[in-house]
Structures are given as C-alpha cells and as structure tokens.
Design a protein around this ligand. Sequence first.
Ligand code: RIB
Length: 330
Amino acid sequence: MGKVSIRDVASLAGVSIATVSQVLNGKGTRFSEKTKAKVLAARDEIGYVPNASARSLKQGARILVGVVVPSLRNPFFGDLVQHMQENISDNISLSIMTARQGQADQTVETLVNSGVHGIIMASQLAKPVAVASSLKKRGIALVVLENHDELLDADAVYASDKKGGRLVAEHLLALGHKHVVLLGNQVYTDNLQYRTASFKETMLAAGAKVSEVATRNLTKHAGRAAAMAVSITQATAAFALNDELAIGLISGLNAHGIRVPEDMSVIGYDDTDYAEFFRPALTTVEQPLWLIAETALQTVIERINHPDAERQVAAFDTKLIVRESTASIS
Ligand code: RIB
C-alpha cells in the first residue's frame, strides 16, 4: 500500500475522521470499546502513522528516538538517559519521557504522534505484546530494556536479573544469614520478578527463611517508611530491590537505633552513583548501565535502518559489589 492517511483508517473502520483522531490521541473515552478496537485494528492493518512523510528517512536525515523511563529521580535511569545523550551521533535526537506503572502504553502513542522513528522502553508496558506488534506493523522500532521473553516483535537489551538475585542470596548465605527480608514493590515489573524469584529460590533451597515487606514504590522515602516493618521481622539481613530503597531503609533503621551492618545487613541493587559514596558504602549488584545504554541506542538505530532483520536480544552479566553495608552474622 502507498502512503496511507487518517482518511483510510476512518474508511476501513467505518467511522469518521474525527473519531479516529480522538481515539488515536487518547481522547476517545466517550467511544465504546468496540469502536476503539475497530479504529486500532484498522490503523495497524494499514500501518498508519501520523506525519509519515516527515518521518520517512532520507539519506542523512535526522533520526528521532523516544526514550521512556519510569522516573528520572532514580539515578539508575537518570544515568542511563545521560549516557545515551552523551553518546549519540549528530543526526540523532532523543525525546525523553517518564511513565509510571500503567502510563507507558499511552506514552508510546504520544511519542508516535510526535514523529519518532523508534522507541527505547524502560518502563513496564501494560500490554507489551499488543504494543510491540502494533509498532511493528506501523514501521516504528521498539527496544525493551526489560526481560519480555515472549515479546517476539521487539528487540531486547537487559542485564541478568536472574543472576543478580542469585548473587545477592549467595552473598547473604555465605555471611551466615538464615532469615532475611525481601523489601520491594507491591507490583513487580518483569525484571523485578526475575530478580526476586531467583533470590527466593536460592535462599529457600538453602533452608533459609524469607520474610517480605511490600513498599508503595522503589524510592528512598518508601525504604525509610518500611524500616519499622523490616525490623519487627527480626531478620538479620535485608535485600532491598534497588539502591534507592536500600539507602532509605538504612536511614530509617538508623532512626530506630538499628545499626547497619552491625545489627542488620542491607544489600541494594543497581550500583548507582550514590552506592559508593553513601555511609556505610552499599553492597549492591552492578548492572552494566553504560553498555545497556549504548547497546540500546545501537539496536534501535539498526532496527530503524533494517526493519526486517532478525530479532536482536542483548543480555549482559550482573556483578556483586561488596562494600560496607553487609557483614557476617555475629
Ligand atoms: O525500575 C526499578 C528498577 O529496575 C531500577 O532501580 C533498576 O534496578 C531497574 O532494573
């Protein structure tokens, strides 16, 4: 099919152009689910994207890549985006957006409407399979930074959370901890599911006890607020699902007179910039952030230039970094 327009979508779906426009711009709440589904199916069937001519890649043209992260307050994502920005060539522009749980699918459409050629997605998509297949049909590249194993229509770049979770457990077991707390989000994204599953599996296989304390999110504030709940478990160590939570937890434990690591060991995840400089310096798991950032950029550009190439998956290693916040059980 040649160049397709919004008119073609409307005629295939059997609705007006205004209806298509509103549904595709996320303003279609007044329409029935059936009408919305008809519009989306027609859009995907004919591969409609707004401003297709502005988006077509001529030799030397500027490439626009959308990057979606859950939050820039988490230094893991701040550094990821910073590193991408510092490593792009002159003909690429990044459009950076944040999307919390439940917002990522709509953010994809916002980026598509703004003319991106490809998207690097570090937030959790609510309907990953549907979004990936729709973007593919519309010729927009997608690289996910989480472990969407089933997401065959998208390239993937990630560091092994499965190994990371196991490394944490093995470290705590080697220090003699037999009762530990897992401190984490109420809602687990794909990567966190792998992280927690391998952690629990390794601890339980060694006959250790794992208590769980759920937090509202993965921030320092949530970590600090959970300190009391963590301390009453009487566990001797805590695995916080990222460094932000770990730093908050240590500050909360200190406020309750609990010393780290003397009274309780705490381990984080990510090896963010703060981990080394915080006191006690954090034991944590390093994800090769710079490699992830560079590979994600290369992969999305490759996909933009070669839409029909084989699916690319880059899986990197994770590494335990032992510092001061964990110690042998006394
Ligand atoms: O989104 C939460 C976490 O997932 C981050 O802190 C980082 O660990 C990422 O992999």
